[in-house]
Write a protein that binds this ligand. Structure first.
Ligand SMILES: N[C@@H](CCC[C@H](N)C(=O)O)C(=O)O
Length: 252
């Protein structure tokens, strides 16, 4: 069984493609384990689809299913192109809807599914929040990034069943730190989280139709809003591709 390890702005994934759609929650837990597995924030499995270039199954590291993953969508697109599953421009199906992506070398742009405001401004625990769904739900507060508080983030994540983002505009960049559902920790980056943070910064008049993004990894990405559609652009890295010393039947 051959799997690829990808990093997309610091969010990391195990990716492979097969033909059969089965529940892979346990496989996700096993492969994403950082001590006994490959180690990743999520598992992405590409499957053939009659209408689109492929469809994917996305699992968080704890085995939970997520409707969408912004960074994962860019990594999956690169994997699909590299493995001749799709052309440079492609469309694929996620549980959130159809994603369009374009691969240019190691730079990949994803067109996200339509965003929704889930909960307008409210105050809690000394911060002002909004919840946007950019494929998955995200709580966002615009504050000094140094205020990132993992315990508070965990409480908010549990209460609202959403990912939690602390974001700040500084030197023309939007800095974002995200506590992710399903990883149950802060990750080095979260694509849909950065896009949701951009929407809140825009509502506050801090940015216009796009901004450079800086997740915790320090990498630079970009989000643009064109005709009310979010485009998310940045580099991805295929860290390695490996043959697993495992019974292949586990992964079919
Ligand atoms: N890291 C992803 C989001 C993955 C799903 C999320 N953890 C959830 O369960 O809602 C991204 O880059 O968007």
């Amino acid at each position: 069984m051959v799997v690829s390890k990808y990093s997309a702005s610091g969010n990391d994934f195990v990716i492979y493609h097969v033909f059969k759609k089965i529940d892979r929650s346990n496989i996700a837990k096993k492969l994403c384990d950082r001590f006994n597995g490959v180690g990743a924030d999520g598992l992405i499995v590409l499957l053939p689809h009659e209408k689109y270039d492929f469809e994917w199954q996305f699992y968080n590291a704890d085995g939970s299913v997520a409707e969408m993953c912004g960074n994962g969508s860019r990594a999956a697109a690169h994997y699909a192109y590299k493995n001749n599953l799709a052309d440079k421009k492609m469309k694929f199906l996620t549980l959130a809807g159809v994603i369009e992506a374009e691969v240019e070398g190691n730079i990949v742009t994803s067109q996200l599914t339509p965003y929704k405001l889930i909960k307008d401004t409210f105050e809690e625990a000394g911060f002002e929040w909004k919840i946007y769904d950019t494929g998955v739900p995200h709580l966002v507060t615009i504050t000094d990034i140094e205020n990132f508080d993992k315990n508070l983030a965990r409480k908010m994540r549990e209460k609202y069943n959403a990912n939690v983002n602390f974001a700040q505009m500084k030197d023309g960049n939007l800095y974002v730190r995200t506590y992710e559902r399903g990883v149950e920790d802060e990750t080095l980056a979260c694509g849909t989280g950065m896009c949701a943070s951009f929407l809140v910064a825009r509502d506050k008049g801090l940015v216009a139709s796009g901004v450079k993004l800086r997740p915790k990894s320090g990498e630079e990405l970009e989000v643009m809003l064109k005709n009310d559609t979010l485009y998310f652009k940045g580099a991805v890295k295929n860290s390695f591709t490996a043959v697993l010393e495992e019974d292949e039947r586990d992964f079919l």
